[in-house]
Design a protein around this ligand. Structure first.
Ligand SMILES: Cc1cc2nc3c(=O)[nH]c(=O)nc-3n(C[C@H](O)[C@H](O)[C@H](O)COP(=O)(O)OP(=O)(O)OC[C@H]3O[C@@H](n4cnc5c(N)ncnc54)[C@H](O)[C@@H]3O)c2cc1C
Length: 437
């Protein structure tokens, strides 16, 4: 199916493009035909996932490939835990697809609207000092490369390409299937609490090491952090999920409803923000529950925002966060959105933000109706001074020259790109900025 003319916008509404043509292939052969046809008329091609990136990484001014019809389970093996998914499969579909095999993803981020390929391509991660991001769970994938041919990459076929293809930024080709190493389904015991920020910062490294999945949110203008500590349990243990009413009151009414009001009011009257954020932290009480993993990892985000996230050597996170706190106070900004802190284990994926070092993440947000530029640029300067690497799918101002210094395998990745897409069929202006020509 092919169409044209409509404006495409991302979730955050800060990126828009009108593709020359939109194609919706439902087979791998149709993806190959689309790439070859685009080449014949000199158009660039780009697959788009769920549009959940904040950066311009998914913008496709030429041919946009919408892969929602190329979705679903291709193969699953309960014994090995390996599961092959078509590229457009969305993460929220996985619990249903994996349930018959008793499997689950080893770790997840905080929403599940993304496609498996889109999430993979930007290095999407959750939290857990001993756990890697989604790309580290990928053991094989198949790409349609610049000349329309199929390339299978796995531990046994073209294994030298795996460290590049696991996080390809959409620059190496169109992913048509992904094989994920899943784990036996498990429960998470969750404790959510409101704690003094300084104490949380002092114990952040220890808690990231000790707990399976630790993260916290700091609300600017308060001295309070909301911590989330999740512990993995066998799936046979007893569940004590949040009741439907409690889940609705806490997650929908308080986290989304009240919060939308705070943000909208803050955008109109910034002076109200400090009082509102103090109120928000008071409303967020202690909760303890046990449920299947995806129901604990994932939350429903209905308040729209823009985001920048930086990966730092984990030991530097407390100092960097204190600098962000001083910055906000010094500039007198009124920031209604919390700062989120997570962690991940070191990995060997070339463009992973956690490549070669145990990592801590600091993410800053602004309500989507507010201009984030001054806040994000000043925070970015702090993160750069600490050797930070920006999330590829979130907002940042870095270019290829400055990113090369952060990634030991940057030029190795560019060599693979030269081999798989010498004509830059899959480029766009974001990739030109972060990778160069
Ligand atoms: C509310 C919200 C919450 C988020 N939470 C987290 C989080 O917890 N952790 C985190 O790390 N990130 C998070 N993100 C960021 C998000 O996970 C990433 O930006 C992710 O890449 C979005 O996936 P997508 O399917 O929407 O892909 P898109 O944004 O549509 O595309 C991303 C990239 O993938 C490429 N791509 C998509 N499909 C293919 C394909 N088949 N072949 C080749 N390239 C392809 C696109 O061309 C583009 O380069 C969040 C974003 C939002 C809006």
């Amino acid at each position: 199916m092919s169409a044209s003319g409509a404006v495409w916008r991302n979730w955050a509404r800060n990126q828009a493009v009108t593709p020359v043509r939109v194609e919706r292939p439902s087979t791998v052969a149709a993806v190959q035909r689309a790439v070859v046809a685009a080449g014949k008329v000199g158009l660039r091609v780009k697959a788009v996932g769920s549009g959940h990136s904040f950066s311009g990484i998914a913008l496709a001014p030429g041919v946009q490939l919408d892969l929602f019809d190329l979705a679903g389970l291709i193969d699953a093996d309960a014994a090995s835990g390996r599961v092959t998914l078509a590229a457009g499969t969305r993460l929220f579909e996985l619990p249903r697809l994996l349930r018959p095999y008793g499997l689950a993803l080893a770790n997840m981020g905080d929403v599940d609207r993304q496609t498996i390929s889109g999430a993979l391509s930007t290095g999407t991660h959750g939290t857990g000092g001993r756990f890697g991001g989604l790309a580290t769970q990928v053991v094989a994938l198949t790409l349609v490369t610049g000349d329309g041919s199929l390339l299978h990459v796995s531990e046994t076929e073209n294994p030298e390409l795996l460290p590049a293809a696991r996080i390809g930024l959409g620059a190496l080709g169109i992913v048509v299937d992904v094989t994920v190493q899943c784990v036996p389904a498990y429960l998470l015991h969750a404790i959510e609490a409101s704690e003094p920020l300084e104490e949380v910062l002092e114990r952040y490294l220890d808690r990231s090491d000790r707990h399976d999945h630790f993260e916290f949110y700091w609300f600017p203008h308060t001295e309070t952090a909301l911590t989330k500590t999740n512990t993995r349990l066998p799936v046979t243990d007893e569940r004590s999920p949040l009741g439907a009413v409690s889940r609705w009151v806490d997650d929908e009414l308080l986290a989304n409803g009240v919060y939308r009001g705070i943000c909208a009011l803050g955008a109109l009257a910034p002076a109200t923000v400090p009082r509102s954020t103090r109120l928000a932290t008071r409303l967020s009480g202690r909760r303890e529950f046990t449920d299947v993993s995806h129901r604990v990892f994932v939350t429903n985000r209905t308040v729209r925002f823009q985001e920048m996230e930086y990966a730092l050597p984990r030991a530097l996170v407390p100092a960097a966060l204190r600098e962000v706190r001083e910055l906000i106070a010094a500039r007198g900004w009124r920031i209604s959105f919390p700062v989120e802190v997570r962690s991940a284990a070191a990995d060997d994926v070339w463009l992973s933000t956690a490549n070669g070092r145990d990592t801590g993440y600091i993410a800053v947000h602004r309500y989507y109706r507010e201009d984030p530029a001054a806040y994000f640029q000043a925070v970015e300067a702090i993160m750069r001074a600490h050797g930070g690497r920006p999330h590829w799918g979130k907002m940042h101002d870095r270019d290829a020259a400055s990113l090369r210094a952060e990634y030991p395998h940057f030029d190795d990745f560019l060599s693979v790109r030269d081999r798989l897409d010498p004509e830059r069929r899959f480029a766009n202006s974001y990739l030109e900025r972060v990778l160069g020509r």
